[in-house]
Ligand binder design. Structure first.
Ligand SMILES: [Fe+2]
Ligand SMILES: [Fe+2]
Length: 480
């Protein structure tokens, strides 16, 4: 099949949109509403500036993107699906081995629509959360990166809207409208999931969000990429490609912060990471505060996975709609009729492992896979601290810490996994989670740096530039 993207139309696509006039008209009707939303809720200002952005121009690995200067509202958002695999069969669930569906099976219509809407809602939400970051970017390189993440989240919204429009008729069109009407943090019409109504008020929050919350996005997309509904699978496979960069921005952003903090501590002869007063005098981010920020973002993100033990997840799996992370690489029958899975539970004030039917423990399993993935990130961060010979280790908090969803809701547990009573927990709250003072300190550092090649004093330059350009390249033509 031909995977090239047609760019001569209003909506770039590789789904032969022009052959379906009704769909094309419906999407062309939605497009100006999207642009309107972008102008009102997307990045604040900088809309008339040229930004050195990556645009997807194909879906083949290795040569799928090109870099060029674009004004964000003129970005070529489009509909891109990974190539169709010939003779693909449903990899799991009760339809395992049957040919994949090219249309929505009637009995799973409601389930699929709900999954698309929940995934779709997170995409514009994150753009809304990040809309003020351009004003306090630590460099033009970083400013370009947040805008890149933003336009690609916009494209992910397009991806879900395409599926809703094409396969769900009038209901789908209504849901697509609603995706532009809910707003992150809005009291009357908030975004669907909690973490997507939190603020991303500063760059540390952004780097933590892209490290942890975009990584949840990856886990969800990888599970949906297994779907027996082939258009969803192909859509998600391509979205995962773009997601890689978002997580890289987060992981490398925190690495650069750690590098700068440790470097300045060594230069000033401050050995004790807890000597916060002196470290903050250096205008860098102290390590205990980075730990608290991580505790916050990690725990809030775990809440996105839903209940650890879940019949909804079991249904989605049985139906062949949502699989496990790397389903096809798992060595079992992919139906889970008789399998069990060990799940951590809190019973009689003690944590223990309990074997439960694997089919009900799919969310718990996805959380395990997610935590393992996060641990590799934290290991890389600790390697930076170690390189500077500073005696401090970042540690992922316990999965039951600070949870508002799932089986640990309401438990008072320290980040280290010690069960506390409420009073003790509250008394130590600001050892565990960022205080207002922390957040104000972070904000006080957020002075923009817009000179090409210069970086704010709290973060080191990146090892490499982006899109084949050096670090001191003028990634955003700021003086219009
Ligand atoms: Fe996304
Ligand atoms: Fe993302």
């Amino acid at each position: 099949m031909n995977d090239s993207v047609s760019y001569d139309t209003l909506i770039p696509n590789n789904v032969n949109l022009s052959s379906d006039r009704r769909l094309q008209r419906a999407l062309e009707d939605w497009q100006p509403k999207f642009i309107n939303w972008w102008r009102g809720s997307g990045p604040s200002d900088f809309l008339d500036r040229e930004v050195y952005l990556r645009t997807a121009v194909g879906v083949e690995s290795g040569k799928w993107a090109k870099f060029d200067f674009v004004k964000m509202p003129e970005y070529r958002w489009g509909i891109l699906l990974a190539p169709q695999e010939e003779d693909r069969t449903i990899p799991f669930g009760e339809h395992k081995g049957e040919p994949v569906w090219q249309d929505v099976p009637g009995e799973y219509r409601g389930l699929l629509r709900r999954l698309l809407v929940i995934q779709g809602d997170t995409e514009p939400a994150s753009v809304e959360q990040q809309r003020f970051l351009g004003h306090m970017a630590p460099s033009l390189f970083d400013m370009r990166n947040v805008f890149q993440v933003n336009v690609e989240e916009g494209r992910h919204l397009w991806a879900m809207v395409y599926l809703l429009h094409k396969y769900f008729g009038r209901d789908g069109r209504e849901e697509a409208e609603m995706l532009l009407k809910r707003t992150s943090g809005n009291e009357d019409r908030p975004r669907i999931l909690g973490a997507f109504n939190e603020q991303t008020p500063d760059w540390l929050s952004f780097f933590m969000f892209t490290s942890f919350t975009d990584r949840d996005g990856k886990m969800q997309l990888e599970s949906l990429a297994q779907s027996g509904f082939d258009p969803l699978s192909r859509t998600c496979r391509f979205m995962v490609t773009e997601e890689g960069h978002h997580m890289f921005v987060g992981k490398s952003g925190v690495e650069r912060i750690l590098d700068r903090t440790c470097h300045m501590m060594n230069e000033a002869g401050v050995n004790d990471p807890a000597d916060v007063g002196r470290i903050r005098d250096l205008k860098v981010m102290d390590l205990p505060m980075l730990q608290r920020k991580m505790n916050f973002h990690f725990s809030v993100t775990l809440d996105l996975f839903g209940s650890e033990i879940s019949t909804n997840a079991a249904n989605a799996f049985n139906s062949g709609i949502k699989g496990r992370f790397q389903e096809t690489k798992i060595d079992d029958d992919h139906q889970l009729h008789n399998d069990s899975y060990p799940v951590m539970v809190l019973k009689d004030d003690k944590f223990s492992m309990e074997d439960v039917p694997a089919i009900t423990a799919l969310n718990a399993r996805l959380i395990d896979d997610y935590i393992a993935d996060c641990q590799t990130v934290v290991d890389a961060w600790n390697a930076v601290i170690m390189r500077h010979n500073i005696d401090f280790e970042l540690v992922l908090p316990h999965r039951s810490f600070n949870r508002q969803q799932g089986m640990f809701t309401g438990a008072y547990v320290s980040p280290g996994g010690i069960l506390l009573n409420e009073a003790t927990w509250r008394a130590k709250q600001y050892d565990f989670l960022p205080s207002n003072e922390d957040l104000e300190y972070i904000l006080s550092l957020m002075k923009p740096m817009t000179e090409p090649g210069k970086f704010a004093p709290w973060i080191s330059p990146p090892k490499n530039g982006v899109g084949g350009k050096p670090g001191d390249f003028e990634y955003v033509r700021i003086a219009a």
